[in-house]
Design a protein around this ligand. Sequence first.
Ligand code: GLN
Length: 532
Amino acid sequence: MRKFIFVTGGVVSSVGKGITTACLGRLLKDRGRKVTIQKIDPYLNVDAGTMSPFQHGEVFVTDDGAETDLDLGHYERFVDLNLTRLSNVTSGQVYGAVIEKERAGEYLGKTVQVIPHLTDEIKSRIRGVGEQDKAEVVICEIGGTVGDIEGQPFLEAIRQMRRELGPENTLFIHVTLIPYVGPSGESKTKPTQHSVRELRNIGIQPDILLCRSKRPLTKEMRDKISLFCDVSPEAVIEGLDTDSVYELPLIFEKQGFGGLVADRLGIDGKPDHSEWEQVVSRVRKPSHRVTVAMVGKYMALQDSYISVTEAIKHGGIANDAEVEVRRVDSEEIEKHGPEKLLEGISGIVVPGGYGDRGVEGKIQAIRHCRENKIPFLGLCLGMQCAVIEFARHVCGWEDAHSAEFSDSTKHPVLHLMPDQEGVTDKGATQRLGAYPMRILPGTRARKIYGSARASERHRHRYEVNNEFRDGLEDKGLVISGVSPDGRLVELIELPDHPFFLASQFHPEFKSRPNRAHPLFAEFVKAALGQGK
Ligand code: GLN
């Protein structure tokens, strides 16, 4: 019998539900269970693809080309699995499907309602991901906070699932915050009590509470939470801040979290954390240290480049090094030049992005890397900027640009392929998801991948313009990865440079703490070689 674990959140948003859910996935995987994870986002967008990184952080992309919530990135990294579009459900999808069925006459003249029609649609999607992935355990995280108006149909649906499947096959975990209130210096359990009351109002009694807190929970606090929220004291788990999120699964295990979940659901299997312990011991005691810069535009929000930041750290883990990632706003480079802002930096990553704001600053940063032999890794827009930089300053095509940013340039070195021309809808219309590539012999990329073929995830509209390929190659740009038919450029590099490599795809989406993506591992190795 498949088991379902539901994770809800209370008190405030951004309390760490996503990471908690990912940690639980790891704890169950380490017990030899086949786990899948689903995120429910109650907003009305159909997917995260049309949302600004300033609002919701990075958009994560799955192999099958879904543009999803960034929590799927946490799930993939912690549990080391590849999810699909079924792992991200939104209100937009659910309402859309129900309305479509109504128009098709599938409800046979009935009044279409939130209960049961919407809730049935939700339940079938929660069951569906378990069936597709043949999972023993489905962990389903409900986004937002209990009490949000958009979240209600989802909470009702999971309440029904407990009734249908029984307490031995379902488990409710509620993640809350214990605030530490200033002058009196006290940790307060009241918001947690209120949030659990809110859940009970709709018929859900949590089995386990995970309490995020700045200070350790005292026995008194645990007893109080246990009494008022009607959970046993050992089911009150404490979630303190840590230096590295990768330590959390083992911290939770020590408190008995994994054992408790397994017991309640009748899941057996002795945990084997050896793989994860190795990751944590490298994170804790790195032999080397290095600072790299990430030059981008969505710098105000920490989550805007989360997969890139994590992939750089994975590159560090692979090299037994701690990497400090300095976030540099490319518009600042436009104002002050690259020298000062990039001083003391051993490597530079230019990640993806949209729109022309800050592009000139990225181009300046890349020129700085090329000319001063500083390791450089470009990702998607980062690669496109590297091509523009090379075209302008090495080929001498002064007005070179991407057609995304200029319609008057005589040298549109990046442009739309015919299949993208005339596309006006913004949702799910880019080149998305996994595509195969050929890696050419004799290149650095071939050495790094150790293979002539690879599959990588994409999310972009523009491509290198084949009209200018010969001109770029004549001047020394090496195209080291291409689509199987050779039409699309996937990877570029420069020889005679410690490390200058850029990809049209997003390698960061496939990097794991226990299996760093080779491009990031080699980039960090090159940065360490700079010895700064
Ligand atoms: N804006 C560029 C494009 O659409 C790059 C996209 C990205 O970096 N993800 O091609």
